[in-house]
Design a protein around this ligand. Structure first.
Ligand SMILES: [Zn+2]
Length: 406
């Protein structure tokens, strides 16, 4: 079931690499505290801070810092508050454009978006100025909600406001605060995003990847998970071949070549059944010229099949497999997905009156004789003659427009 809502974590998921936030020193360095010790205090011993029980920035930093080192001066604490607030302001204003774009695409695809952030008042002070503000249907900040990830209440309040069930939603985060465990516990699917934390806590990646349903490095990859990003042609073909258990080696041995899908197509001919046959503009124009010339010689030639997508080709092969044909039999007459000349928008399967379509008997027609003598003038040639080098059965009906020959 496709999800209705995606819920994101904020820091270290949607924000950029911490090393690139700004040139300001780390808060721990200002305080003269070991970074790991400071981070542990922040993440494991300060629910009071995240739940908004303390909302005064100075008192937050003072309590955390003096637990570790009671001798830290007021002056140092004030400087630390200033630097910490500025660092988070930078992190929120400098959110990677690709992440903002991803959220826009998800919204455009009709998904509802939620945000659940464990954050104190200092961390989200600059939220309103972030390019992320306004992109979510629901924002839940722990310091305002009074609950904290991984507690079920914080997930529940976000899902309720989004008007979706846990099963209808996906949680995306870097896994800090045990958020992936919490999201799973309430029944959400989970995506672990490891790109930002790789520079901070690389040792945590394996464990979190094992918890989550999916693991991506960067947020834009979520689009691919949801089928909202067209995978590159070659990758798509590879996975389709794998799904049909076709080995790329056998294709290479036959000398088959990949044909990328045409992007610009126009109607070359509309069949008697109303079906529109699409070709690239150049091939369509050449086809119409050929068809007109044939007609003036009282020869009727019609298109049975023109452009065909990679996806459609995969369906054709899959249907034949399901009918019990062997892969070997199928690939003698059908191209594997990605390898059909029909993807190019330049190939046509032709027929004429009085014969069955896509049968060798086409070679005995006046139409075939006319094509053999004239097609070349219009840039069309027979792709799979008898004993062709690709190992396909003879296809007298399959012609392809090759611009250079026109
Ligand atoms: Zn064909």
């Amino acid at each position: 079931m496709p999800p209705k809502a995606i819920v994101f974590d904020l820091f270290h998921t949607l924000t950029g690499l911490e090393s690139e936030w700004c040139d300001l020193p780390w808060t721990s360095d200002v305080l003269g505290i070991d970074r790991a010790v400071w981070n542990a205090a922040l993440t494991t011993r300060s629910r009071w801070r995240l739940a908004g029980e303390e909302k005064d920035p100075y008192r937050i930093v003072a309590r955390l810092a003096r637990e570790i080192d009671p001798r830290i001066t007021d002056e140092t604490l004030l400087r630390a508050v200033e630097v910490r607030t500025a660092r988070f302001r930078h992190s929120l204003s400098g959110v990677p454009a690709a992440n903002v774009e991803t959220l826009r695409k998800l919204r455009a695809a009709g998904l509802r978006l939620g945000l659940i952030s464990n954050a104190d008042v200092m961390e989200v002070a600059a939220w309103a100025d972030s390019p992320l503000a306004g992109l979510f249907d629901v924002e839940v900040f722990s310091c305002l909600a009074g609950c904290v990830k991984p507690e079920p209440e914080i997930f529940a309040s976000c899902l309720e406001a989004l008007e979706v069930t846990a099963q209808e939603s996906i949680f995306v985060g870097d896994g800090s605060s045990d958020e992936l465990i919490g999201a799973k516990a309430v029944g959400m699917k989970t995506v672990f995003v490891s790109g930002v934390i790789r520079e901070l806590w690389p040792e945590k990646i394996a464990e979190r990847a094992a918890i989550a349903d999916y693991h991506v490095a960067w947020v834009p990859e979520v689009l691919g998970l949801l089928g909202l990003a067209p995978a590159r042609d070659a990758d798509r073909v590879k996975s389709l071949l794998a799904s049909l258990q076709i080995s790329p080696d056998t294709l290479a041995a036959r000398g088959l070549v990949l044909h990328s899908e045409a992007t610009t197509l126009e109607v070359a001919e509309t069949g008697e059944d109303g079906r529109e046959q699409l070709l690239t503009p150049a091939a369509a124009e050449a086809w119409r010229a050929l068809s007109t010339a044939a007609r003036s010689d009282v020869v009727v030639i019609r298109i049975v099949s023109a452009f065909r997508s990679v996806q459609r080709q995969a369906e054709i092969v899959r249907a034949k497999l399901e009918r019990g044909l062997s892969l070997e039999e199928i690939l003698r007459v059908s191209a594997p997905p990605g390898y059909s000349e029909h993807h190019s928008g330049r190939a046509v399967d032709l027929t004429t009156e009085g014969v069955r379509a896509l049968e060798v008997e086409f070679e005995n027609t006046a139409a075939f004789e006319w094509l053999s003598r004239n097609a070349q003038r219009f840039g069309f040639s027979l792709s799979y003659p008898r004993q062709n080098r690709y190992g396909y059965a003879y296809e007298p009906w399959h012609w392809c427009f090759r611009q250079s020959q026109a």
